[in-house]
Design a protein. Structure first.
Length: 562
RNA sequence: CGGGGCGUAGCGCAGCCCGGUAGCGCACCGGACUGGGGGUCCGGUGGUCGCAGGUUCAAAUCCUGUCGCCCCGACCA
């Protein structure tokens, strides 16, 4: 590709709207442009990166027997009603009506279509297993699109779906996907971990996520250096260190104007770990619940939802006053006339809690003796807590979710009547799995993990080009001739080549070359006239460089790649 | 949905508090010089100041409403 004739709109300055490194660089390097919140145009260079990522995905999916297909983006409501998700999903689904006033929606994902198709085409155990996949656009009206292409409302996703006769076969399909995913992310040059993840409110038989460490990530995982335990913090259990409990006798103490844990602890001159945080939640079915975590801990609302079996919302201050007869800052479990859910860290010990009386707390409260509660894991795991398996300290790391694998089970096959006849002629539901990868997230993650102060540093496997040829001066006929011959030679050798043949000053060209991050740069400049050589230099530190005759460039590039 | 911030030329920003000719840098166009890390000089093009109302002799500036975008949180089956 010739830069002089291409749309590669590089930006000298950071765009005002971008925060994440990958977001800034994808805009500056001319990979993408934003059309609206969470909706992006992929420009030619960005498209090339996506194409290479998708090619890798296709190879590895085909290698485990995956069959690619194309599915509709526009769906009838009917199949979503059959699975129960038409009503279960809220405003995140784009909904519309056709000219005959029929309910339609835009595809957020394709379990329903797969199950619909399986219901029609799969009859016998002889038809199983199957792996079907697609690389297609999905639409989700995200509450908050953010971080460039990391979280968008319209995005391309590789989704595959497995159809198996039973759970044992599902386990094999699942393992095949995990192995394929490792190959895909390895080939894309990413650093990542595989962690246990939440199966969510919709159930499922198990799930893992592929998580790439990055400051731009939206998720956190807990990892153990000792035994290798790794899980999303939505799920991760840590054992916090217990404080030394004083031998308090139970008594009411005045705590004027002390409402927050920090204020109460400071006023009583005690460790915040000796206090209990009491939060009123309201759930649709369970009703009001008082939720307790240790003073220094934060409630993880996802864990609460799992414990309750439904989503709960924090109670309003008026509700707290009405049901507990105390303002928010003085609420506690003793004498509370609502069910109590307490974090496991509170099983042992003696604590300070709100007295349900404004301006007072109770000191010396013993869970189990002074109030009854159901104990479950509720607190968000923090770095330094002990691993539940081996006792070593856990680390907490910010990550980007680049892929997930999920054992669905029979939820969708039952809803959409996808059944088969087994060897004994018995009708049974197909057991499904679903497996996603976000190609745009792979691109953004590669930038997050590889970029330096000068710009993008692409992994060679997914770079938009293999070689970036900088023709320094258009006024030197010898340079032009050499650059053209190198460009032709690279292409003949099967290398994707970008030729910077713009009439720009050298500094501009070098800056742009660094910004674009193509793995190898070939500079055709002064050294040609002086010494008859061009420079072949790698983008990634330590930026090794070779000076070779124009005819030896392809060989030199190959040598650098080794 | 809650909290915060921002909409002024293609991009990055100043001007707004205190109403009175719409500015700067980069980019772009023409010219000259220059030519290995975003070069210099000269001359230009380009803006209904997000939109709609209102106040005023006069609104980018004050008031009301509205739309859009970003960040934090909630949400992400």
């Amino acid at each position: 590709m010739r830069l002089s004739k291409s749309l590669v709109p590089t930006l000298r300055e950071d765009p005002a709207d971008a925060e994440a490194i990958s977001h800034k660089l994808m805009l500056r390097a001319g990979l993408v442009r934003q059309l609206a919140a969470g909706i992006y145009v992929w420009l030619p260079l960005g498209q090339r990166v996506l194409d290479r990522i998708n090619a890798i995905i296709r190879e590895e999916m085909n290698a485990i027997g995956g069959q690619e297909m194309t599915m509709p983006v526009l769906h009838p409501a009917e199949i979503w009603r059959d699975s129960g998700r038409w009503d279960a999903i809220g405003p995140e689904m784009f909904r519309l009506k056709d000219r005959n006033d029929r309910d339609m929606c835009l595809a957020m994902t394709h379990e329903e279509v797969i199950a619909w198709l399986a219901a029609r085409e799969i009859r016998s155990y002889r038809d199983l297993p199957q792996i079907w996949y697609q690389i297609q656009t999905k639409e989700r009206d995200e509450a908050r699109p953010r971080s460039g292409v990391l979280r968008t409302r319209e995005f391309v996703m590789k989704d595959s779906y497995t159809l198996d006769p039973d759970v044992a076969a599902l386990d094999r399909s699942y393992a095949a996907h995990e192995a394929a995913y490792r190959k895909i992310f390895d080939r894309c040059g990413l650093t990542y971990r595989v962690v246990q993840s939440d199966t969510g409110m919709m159930g499922g038989l198990g799930a893992h996520e592929f998580m790439a460490p990055s400051a731009a990530g939206e998720d956190e995982i807990a990892i153990c250096g000792g035994c290798g335990y790794a899980a999303n913090v939505e799920l991760a259990r840590g054992v916090p260190e217990a404080p030394v409990f004083p031998s308090w006798t139970r008594e009411e103490v005045a705590t004027p104007n002390a409402r927050t844990i920090a204020e109460v602890a400071a006023f009583l001159k005690i460790d915040p770990r000796l206090t209990i945080k009491s939060l009123l939640f309201v759930a649709p079915k369970a009703g009001r619940v008082l939720v307790l975590v240790r003073g220094d801990h934060n409630l993880h609302e996802r864990k609460l939802a799992r414990a309750l079996g439904e989503e709960a919302r924090p109670g309003h201050p008026e509700e707290v006053l009405q049901h507990l007869n105390a303002p928010v800052g003085s609420v506690g479990p003793v004498g509370a006339r609502v069910p109590i859910l307490a974090d496991e860290a509170l099983r042992e010990g003696t604590y300070v809690v709100g007295a349900n009386r404004e301006g007072f707390h109770l000191r010396g409260v013993v869970p189990g003796r002074d109030f009854q509660a159901r104990f479950v894991d509720l607190h968000a795991v923090a770095a330094g807590e002990a691993c539940g398996h081996c006792g070593k300290a856990l680390e907490v790391e910010r990550v980007i979710e680049i892929g997930n694998i999920f054992k669905l089970g029979t939820k969708y096959s039952e809803g959409l009547n996808a059944k088969y006849l087994d060897e004994s002629g018995q009708e049974r539901p197909i057991v499904m799995g679903s497996y996603g990868i976000g190609p745009a997230r792979i691109a953004a993650t590669a930038i997050e993990q590889g970029a330096d102060a000068d710009g993008i540093v692409w992994p060679a496997s997914i770079a938009p080009f293999d070689v970036h040829i900088v023709l320094v001066s258009l006024r030197d006929q010898a340079q032009i001739a050499a650059a053209e011959s190198i460009y032709a030679a690279c292409r003949a050798a099967g290398l994707q080549a970008l030729l910077d043949d713009r009439d720009e000053r050298p500094g501009v060209k070098f800056k742009d070359a660094d910004l674009l991050g193509v793995p190898v740069r070939v500079t055709v400049g002064n050294a040609l006239a002086k010494e008859g050589v061009v420079e072949v230099k790698e983008r990634r530190a330590p930026r090794r460089e070779q000076r070779v005759a124009p005819g030896a460039v392809v060989e030199a590039i190959r040598a650098l790649a080794r």
